[in-house]
Every structure is written in C-alpha cells, then in structure tokens.
Design a protein around this ligand. Structure first.
Ligand SMILES: Nc1ncnc2c1ncn2[C@@H]1O[C@H](COP(=O)(O)OP(=O)(O)OP(=O)(O)O)[C@@H](O)[C@H]1O
Ligand SMILES: [Mg+2]
Length: 303
C-alpha cells in the first residue's frame, strides 16, 4: 500500500502530510526521486525550515527507524561509524585469563584475540547501524559542521555503502539506507559530495503552507491567530535580521500566545512575546525601532 502511494510525487507529499510534515511540490519531488533512484538527498536551508524534521517524517512514512548522526567539528570515524567496546573486551580478557589459571592451563592467545575482535565487541555508531538495519533512514545532520577529511570519508561510504573493518572484514548494506544530509551552509560542502546527492534548497514556506503547518502542529491555534502570527513572522523575515525566524519560531510564538490565553495578536502582546521569535539582541532592537503596530496592521491586512 505504502509503495503504491510512494510511486508518484503527490503520493509522497500526502504520505509526509500524514506524518504532519507539509512539503511543497519541489521538496516532495526531491523525496520521491531520492526513494525511486536510491540517491541521498542533500537539504540546505536557513535554520528552522524543517530539514531535520523531514528525515523524521520520511522514517515515519517508511515505517523505518531513523538513525541520526549529528556532525560537529572534529567528528571522526570512531564516533560516526564504529568503535571497539574496550571495557567489555578487557573484562572478557580477564575472565579468559582467570578461567585458564583455574583450569591449570595456559591462555590460547590467538583464540582469545579473535574472540575479542568479533562483531559482539563492536559498538555500532549511526553509520554502521544504518548499514546493518534494513530498511532505515540515515540522517547526517549539519554536515557543514564537520571538516573536509570527514566529508571525504562520507563520500566513500555513500558510494559503496560498505565498510572495511581491518579485524573483521567488509560489512555491506543489504539494501542501502535512505539517506538525508542537511546543511545550514555555514560553509560550502564539496562539489564531490553534492554530486552524489539530489540537492534541494529548503525555503521558508509560503503563507498558506505555513498557516497549515501551524494548524497541524498546534491544533489549539485558531485560524485567525495562526494567520496573524504567520503574517507577522513573514513581515519580520523580510527585514534585514541577523537570524530570520524559521518555522520553529512561528510554532513557538503561537504556543506562547496560547499559553497566555491570547487569541488575537496586537502590538502590545507582540512586543512582550517577541523573544520567542527573535533570538539576537540586535534583532530585537531592530524590531523595537520598527513600528510594531503598523507592522502588525500590515501583516494582518495580508492575512
Ligand atoms: N514543512 C513542515 N511541516 C511540518 N512541520 C514543519 C515543517 N517545517 C518545519 N516544521 C517544524 O518546524 C520545527 C523546526 O524544524 P527543524 O528542526 O526540522 O528545522 P531545521 O531546518 O532542521 O533547523 P536547524 O537548521 O536549526 O536544525 C520542527 O518542530 C518541525 O516539526
Ligand atoms: Mg536541524
């Protein structure tokens, strides 16, 4: 049933919507192609536009576990792929030694060594776990935070979907995982890595879709409140801010207003709750120089 609906882009869009993720046609098509062509999808976009959430929604659609690798500066293969479980290896060695002494014999060093370097002492980090889990969705989140060396390593992994472990041999994915890479574009990711992937720039949603997202994610919001909040956020986004608010902030603002028992936005309540939307002092100062009342009127007129 699922494979039927996933065989055309609008079907993928509808399946994502059932997971409460509302994709536009461009993003739904990118996901459809990623599934159909078995290619990783590379998502770039501002903070809070729904890149990470898309991978979670895809995992829901496929009814597959989501394996998430959060990248950071200095990440290497032992944190991303696998590591040996040193404390358990040591314990096993001590136990084998004690058993040999108690039995009055000597330790069979080569037998113990091959036991120590068997699969059961290997800790699977997200990349190996994704190769070993079928089906699975592998999210390589914020790849722009990792360094070039790690990117080269990823490139190799994404072309082979296999890994060579010197002590164990080669482990290969039976079926490659569905892979989603995300970047906030704090630096440019290499062309070679992008070439492996389908690229999609995730934009801030258009008005109608953002209202629909708010209503889906915050069911307590009335149509009027959702429309006013989205319109106000979209006006703020058009200002030259250090950190334009993402969908995450729109949802936070709506939840804050509901918590305050507010059902219509006005200049006064907007001013005291703006900290849920703008997270830089400079941006708050800029907003305070704007005429919030006029801005809201403009926003509400558009809504
Ligand atoms: N199209 C959408 N449909 C439903 N919910 C969405 C959509 N886009 C964003 N959201 C919601 O907005 C919030 C922020 O999204 P998410 O964390 O995925 O953004 P991001 O692009 O990964 O941001 P960052 O770059 O900061 O990690 C989440 O709660 C997510 O559920
Ligand atoms: Mg994210």
């Amino acid at each position: 049933m699922r494979s039927g609906i996933l065989s055309y882009p609008a079907g993928v869009r509808d399946a994502l919507a059932r997971e409460h993720y509302l994709a536009d046609d461009g993003l739904a098509t990118a996901c459809f192609l990623a599934l159909r062509l078995h290619r990783p999808v590379f998502l770039e976009g501002d903070a809070g536009v729904g890149k990470t959430a898309l991978a979670a929604a895809l995992a829901g659609v496929l009814d597959a576990p989501l394996l998430r690798l959060q990248c950071y500066e200095g990440i290497d293969a032992s944190q991303a792929l696998y590591d040996w479980d040193f404390p358990r290896q040591l314990l096993h060695l001590r136990t084998a030694e004690a058993a040999a002494v108690a039995g009055g014999g000597t330790l069979d060093a080569s037998a113990v060594e091959s036991e120590l370097y068997s699969r059961r002492f290997l800790l699977a980090r997200p990349l190996l776990a994704a190769l070993e889990t079928t089906p699975s969705v592998l999210l390589i989140d914020e790849v722009d935070r990792a360094d070039d060396e790690f990117e080269a390593f990823l490139l190799e992994l994404l072309s082979e979907f296999s890994v060579s472990i010197p002590e164990l041999g080669t482990l290969r994915a039976e079926v490659p995982p569905v892979v989603v890479l995300t970047s906030n574009r704090t630096r440019e990711v290499s062309d070679a890595l992008k070439r492996r992937c389908l690229y999609h720039w995730v934009d801030h949603p258009a008005f109608e879709r953002e209202v629909a997202i708010v209503r889906r994610r915050v069911p307590a919001a009335s149509a009027r409140l959702a429309g006013q909040v989205v319109a106000a956020v979209q006006v703020l986004r058009a200002e030259d801010l250090l950190k334009p608010p993402g969908v995450a902030e729109t949802l936070d603002w709506t939840r804050a207003l509901i918590a305050l028992g507010v059902d219509a936005l006005d200049a006064e309540v907007a001013t005291v709750t703006l900290g849920t939307v703008l997270k830089y002092r400079e941006d708050l100062q800029r907003a305070s120089r704007l005429d919030v009342g006029a801005l809201l009127d403009q926003a509400i007129a558009q809504a």
